[in-house]
Design a protein around this ligand. Sequence first.
Ligand SMILES: Cc1cc2nc3c(=O)[nH]c(=O)nc-3n(C[C@H](O)[C@H](O)[C@H](O)COP(=O)(O)O)c2cc1C
Length: 217
Amino acid sequence: MTFDFTDLTPGDRYKLLTGVIVPRPIAFVTSQDEQGRVNAAPFSYFNTMGADPPVVVIGPGDRGPDRPKDTARNIAATRQFVVNLVDEALVERMNLAATDFPPEVSEVDALGLATAPSVRLDVPRLADAPASLECTEVVTLTIGHTRMIVGQVHYLHIRDDLIDPERLYVRTDRLHLVGRMQGHGYVRTRDRFELERLSYAEWLAREAERARTGSES
Ligand SMILES: Cc1cc2nc3c(=O)[nH]c(=O)nc-3n(C[C@H](O)[C@H](O)[C@H](O)COP(=O)(O)O)c2cc1C
């Protein structure tokens, strides 16, 4: 089947895009309003887009015309946020934080989320997150009703048992992050496999071998 996006409602486009672009990582974002109230909310429109400079993007959609979500409003005001990654232990609290609490209610207080101070930012990180990224807003792109907040990463905090500091090798096998699937679905990251990458010379050698042996593999 083929779908023409010009003929679809935004809700239907959302269903299709978030059905095929899976799994999506989850940014459990802490931000702070001008009164210092700490907000926490998850966003699966999220990824890293480069390392030089180190950049992440999150996409908080507006609740309606000129009604940004608290996270977007806070970042516009303070230019600071922390991306906390979500593991299996944190996933239920992450889901509760997506409740549409009014702006004056701090999810951190309502849910009793433990926080830890950031190094560079006023806004704290979540103490129970396995890893957190301290970010400042570089730019916010608004295309129609789609908002993309681009942040530069300044610090990574990661639990000691999750990294080999000599090699900067993250123990993703111990990290147990969750990803978002369609609707209310999630996925664990325990099912890993590896593929070796070939150089072009290795590719040519492989093709020559296949031609010589008539192998299909
Ligand atoms: C796993 C998960 C992922 C979500 N991803 C997004 C997202 O990418 N963009 C968005 O606007 N809302 C997303 N939401 C909904 C927001 O978390 C929710 O609207 C929240 O109340 C926003 O909080 P805030 O107003 O405090 O910023 C997601 C919810 C869940 C549970």
